[in-house]
Design a protein around this ligand. Sequence first.
Ligand code: 5RP
Length: 262
Amino acid sequence: MSSWGLKNRLARIIKPQTGRTVMLAVDHGYFLGPTSGLEKPGETIEPLVQFADCLMLTRGVLRSSVDTAVDVPIVLRVSGGTSILKELSNEGRFTAIEDAIRLNASGLALSIFVGAEGERETLLNLAALVDEGEKYGIPVLAVTAVGKEMARDTRYLGLCCRIAAELGVHLVKTYYCENFEKIVNSCPVPVVIAGGKKVPEMEALQLAFNAVRDGASGVDMGRNIFQSEAPVAMIQAVRSVVHERATPEQAYDLYESLKNGS
Ligand code: 5RP
């Protein structure tokens, strides 16, 4: 079976020019409901999409809130089925591969919960999704989460990333932590980081800088972009770190000047 399609889709997500990506994550509603900054997803996405290398979102938001003429690769979240009111790790699949193909997805994203109640189920769901992705040439991104009582450190996040890679994924998303390079070095597929909770812009730019410095292939960032005081300025500042190797200080200067329209 030819892997040309899969590689081509992956190259739409991770830009070959730099080997990196700025993914815009706007999938939070699938378990959080109307997240702050994403109450009207279409209005949030519209000004940002031109600066995103790809969008990570659910089919519901894609269909309802993204213009079909927009030329942006889609990484479609296909796992969920739980809410913040219940045990989050009990996720299942909510989108069939046929629908992902109809939606022209460039990638599929599924969460795994290592060390949590849903560990086995989510890992086996991931493996099944990789089989389907391989069949149709669509790469799979594993979104890694660890049990509530586990530290987000190299031991647990590293375990999670490596397991995802062993199950066959093409890309892993995890959190940045101390000694992050250990995670990257023990994970044989590209790693991108989530931004996490909103922090001041300079801190978020420092996080992105540290991650790519330590070997990440980019970011899959949500709240630190769309909850920023100036989201359009912020995504461009993040891009400068990821693709142009700007320092956090240079990127922050860019953020300030774009925000102030100078
Ligand atoms: C949740 C997700 C989110 O997309 C992810 O957390 C990225 O967003 P943020 O940068 O806001 O953390 O996959 O499972």
